[in-house]
Ligand binder design. Sequence first.
Ligand code: TYD
Ligand code: MG
Length: 454
Amino acid sequence: MVKTKTVFFCKECGFESAKWSGQCPSCRSWNTMTEAEVSASPKKERARAALTGSKPTSLKEISLDREDRISTGIGELDRVLGGGIVPGSMILVGGDPGIGKSTLLLQACRELSARGVSVLYISGEESLKQIRMRADRLGVFSGDLKLLCETDLTAIGDILRNEKPEAVVIDSIQTMYNEDVSGTPGSVSQVRESTAVLLQLSKSLGISVFIVGHVTKEGTVAGPRILEHMVDTVLYFEGDRHASYRILRGVKNRFGSTNEIGVFEMGEQGLSEVENPSEFLLSGRPQGASGTVTACTMEGTRPVLLEIQALVCQTSFGLPRRQASGADLNRINLLMAVLEKRLGLKLGQCDAYVNVAGGMRINEPAVDLAIAMAVVSSFLNIPVDEGIMAVGEIGLSGEVRSVSQVQQRISEAAKLGYSTCVLPKVNAEKAEKVKGIKLVAVESVRDAIALIKK
Ligand code: TYD
Ligand code: MG
């Protein structure tokens, strides 16, 4: 008799508890705790997956082949992975349904197989014909890419042990089924156990595994967040479904940095890489409008220019409305309080909407100055010179504080034809001159705002 016990999992974050509650104590979402059976005895499939007997090894004996990362052939994907796939690693690719996860991974499989890497693409969602149709849209597949439509993990385990491919794609984890555990595919217990089996297979056979996980706001399917702690690398694929660009963001990476992003554009023939995201994000910038300023944020090692938009108008109700998309609302409230106190602007009676154009999310204080300038420009209804790019962190007394990696930001602005870079005085003293761009040093927000009124 297999002993079973019942526990409750949160569908959003995977929090485990012995008793049910209406609100998850960990992520505070409501009605997400679901009952799941877990058997107390070790899982058959998982035990089978652990092929190698474990024994202690001395640190010196472990061979170091660090440099044998496998390049996926897609530069932006390699960048987010930290330079390619580490053999034997597990990579979770999360994202909303329909955002392009299957497309991205099929393209990665195409490039990998063209380089002679043996790849197996396992789909639990689409039939072989449907995958073929997608592949035809993507273009020529020169390598030998193996496909499999299967949802039973026992069968998948056997195939992996026989074929021993170098890389495997599981599309998606929410369709996988393991007969050792109760629950329908997509339930918390199935998703967790399936991942555990795949983890064992990946580590014992040295296979790199990509797992696709659909992000679900509501519904009966467990989201990929409950797997984040089990895998080596977590990537999220995001973007507006109705716009063509997509951003691949690293959230966790045991083998690289997590602040790199990859930018793609979805077209008729699948995803193409966007090598210069700044140009892309700034396209469609309004001419001669008030309330728009260009800022520069660092995404990992790469400077990215983006447009900050602000709309400030008289409030028609008692309580002013403040809204932010792509930026932190608390930070905007703070900046507006600084502007009110230090410059005497009557912003307390104004609604304010701040938007980062292009759907980027920023949380770097270096964009403070651009946000402040955009807010004041909209408030005064005076456009900021379009050739200005502004960086700087704003302190509570209205001082403009230094930012990091300023030289790269200046170069990026110069490359895109900006004529002026507004930057903190401390940075300006050390910065080297770049041809074609004028550096304007500011010590306080007052100095920066004076540039608008001029
Ligand atoms: P898909 O990769 O199936 O999304 P996911 O696996 O994340 O659910 O992407 C499907 C969307 O991408 C669909 O709306 C159609 C679009 N698409 C293109 O615009 N061009 C293409 O070449 C392909 C293959 C898909
Ligand atoms: Mg898909």
